[in-house]
Write a protein that binds this ligand. Sequence first.
Ligand SMILES: Cc1cc2nc3c(=O)[nH]c(=O)nc-3n(C[C@H](O)[C@H](O)[C@H](O)COP(=O)(O)OP(=O)(O)OC[C@H]3O[C@@H](n4cnc5c(N)ncnc54)[C@H](O)[C@@H]3O)c2cc1C
Length: 417
Amino acid sequence: MENKFDLIIVGGSMVGATLACALADSPLKIAIIEAHTPEAFDQQQSHDLRVSALNIASEQVLRNVGVWQSILDKRSCVYRRLKTWELDESRAATEFDCADSQQDHLGYIIENRVIQLALLERIQRAENLHLFKNNVASIDIQAGASLLTLDNEKQLITKLIVGADGANSMVRRAAGIGIHSWDYSQSALVINVEMAQGQQDITWQQFTPSGPLAFLPLSGNSASLVWYGEPDKIARLSALDNETLCQQIMQQFPAALGKVNKVLAKGAFPLKRQHAQQYVKPGVALVGDAAHLIHPLAGQGVNIGILDAAQLAQTIEQAAGDRISSADEYAYNSDDDFSSLAVLQDYERKRRNHNLLVMQLMDSFYRVFSNQIAPLKALRNIGLGVAQRIPFARKKAMQLAMGITGPLPPLARTSNQ
Ligand SMILES: Cc1cc2nc3c(=O)[nH]c(=O)nc-3n(C[C@H](O)[C@H](O)[C@H](O)COP(=O)(O)OP(=O)(O)OC[C@H]3O[C@@H](n4cnc5c(N)ncnc54)[C@H](O)[C@@H]3O)c2cc1C
């Protein structure tokens, strides 16, 4: 039947669209429902405000689902060095260089829209993937046959609904899945600027008493700055005209920034931590921000979301019987249906603890670096110094930044992992 699907993904942004692409060519008939498809890309357009630092694991997944070249063909900026320090760049600084681990790069800064567009192009080419450019109006979850009604009143039936619909997930609410959440009492002002200097290959972050200041290079002489602080302060900065904001940047950002010619665009984002109490229920699974929202200071949010998508796709495909070649262990019976709770729980087991660990790590960074108690200040400087001087600590921290440590779904592994 035309309106019957094996699987429906609500949300066709970076994570939902990655899941769909990872299941392209599978025997499953899949619908992707996305309310806001992005404007087509044109090299003449200025950089979008929303960008992501993608690590090696995400690159590998996007390569394996066949969209990486299309992303590079549009616009991206490679980074080969990563530096972190507190107050004084010359002391207690940690710098990672890809050459230290015989890698060509540490990651890429890419506009979210560029990643989403490359994935949507792949979706349009796949025969088993059907994109609906609609809002989901209502969801009635029933094991084995859930009903989704779109804003044009079209009704779709499916065995499995995947919520890739972001932090305010409607799928999560319809499934009655609760969240643990708290406010960081911090906002982030993202500012696109034109630099006096040309394209750079370093991304850095300075921890200050009022919050981190971050630099992310973009292609050409553009860059993305992130100014973290209390919501009132960020609202005040956000209300400044671009010229005054540029002067504030030159006064408050470290000398490492160099000269900023002008502010091109800005936007403020409130920061919250949120974790779904379960990732799965009968007939439902959550991925990406629908499952977890984390502090963006180390740029991990979409990276862990892409790993969710890679793992869920692998688990579903394995259970659907398309590729039974992986050596990975699956904790369910081989005759279980791909949408059964036992199969979905296998996905949850493989992702939830890992994500929790990353969230806790981000929280520790946030707490330790936003605290001005003298022993903690001493401890974090020692910590940064240790990470710089001890080869094992350096290697571990670098692997973490690149996303090549911990349990990785097969789609995220490079040939030597
Ligand atoms: C300032 C900032 C900087 C960040 N930097 C980084 C970084 O450098 N690296 C990194 O890894 N992460 C970063 N993140 C986090 C990253 O942006 C998110 O983790 C990521 O966008 C989540 O993607 P998603 O696809 O799960 O959800 P979303 O991007 O929220 O997409 C959800 C999609 O679902 C659609 N949708 C929702 N409801 C419906 C409905 N009812 N019907 C139809 N469609 C619907 C929406 O239109 C949307 O397209 C940053 C976040 C912030 C705030």
